[in-house]
Design a protein around this ligand. Structure first.
Ligand code: TZP
Ligand code: MG
Length: 219
């Protein structure tokens, strides 16, 4: 397709660092973070916004879509309506959001990512037609208040062995522990605070991309 990915199912296999926005934590703002990350080679962006009006979200998502252009995939967190309004590439939803089967009806063949906490939820996510899973929190994190305790990086392997769809690890991941995430089998990883709280999103994104690629090569 236009983003150069042969098949949707292989898309996350080609992806390493995954940016999730957080306007509450961001130093320079969401648009700046997306611009810097995409310029650094990030190929997937999730617009995650919990505090803005629908109107503001549609405007911002549409601006993010322009920034991503053909360079990165754009997913919208939770809000299927916003994703459809700006013709994003898909959504990322949680266990308490729109059920995957219904999301699929609304979104056609757009990408649907689902957050899971364990192997059982992962297997069900795949069965229901999710395109990838977000697994976490791997470590304890203050970024999402209701995330629960970290499950530990060894759980990644357990989940990875149980599903065919790509596994994206999230929660408490930073420069010090990211190597273990990839070594334990994650296809991709998200680090929110480690990137958007930095005053140099470009530098941090480049660090993660480089580290992930090197670790994957040596696996
Ligand atoms: N979902 C599970 S943990 C988390 C989300 C959105 C927050 C991750 O943020 P950080 O700063 O990378 O720990
Ligand atoms: Mg959600």
């Amino acid at each position: 397709n236009q983003k150069g990915f042969s098949r949707k199912s292989s898309l996350l296999k080609e992806i390493d660092f995954y940016l999730v926005t957080d306007s509450g934590l961001s130093k320079k703002g969401t648009l700046s973070d997306v611009r810097e990350a995409v310029e650094s080679g990030c190929r997937i962006v999730q617009y995650r916004e919990k505090d803005k009006s629908t109107k503001e979200m549609v405007e911002e998502a549409s601006e993010i879509k322009r920034i991503c252009s053909t360079r990165a995939i754009l997913l919208v967190n939770d809000r299927i309506d916003v994703a459809l309004a700006v013709d994003a590439d898909g959504v990322h939803i949680g266990q308490d959001d729109m059920p995957v089967e219904i999301a699929r009806k609304l979104l056609g063949d757009k990408i649907i990512g689902l957050s899971v906490n364990d192997r059982e939820e992962a297997v069900l996510a795949e069965k229901l037609g999710a395109d990838y899973i977000g697994l976490g929190p791997i470590f304890d994190t203050a970024t999402k208040k209701d995330a629960g305790d970290g499950i530990g990086p060894l759980k990644i392997r357990e989940v990875k062995d149980a599903v065919k769809i790509p596994v994206v690890a999230i929660g408490g991941i930073n420069k010090e522990n990211c190597e273990s995430i990839i070594q334990n089998g994650a296809d991709s990883l998200v680090a929110i605070s480690a990137v958007v709280c930095s005053d140099d999103v470009k530098r941090e994104t480049e660090y993660f991309i480089d580290m992930i690629r090197r670790t994957k090569k040596h696996k």
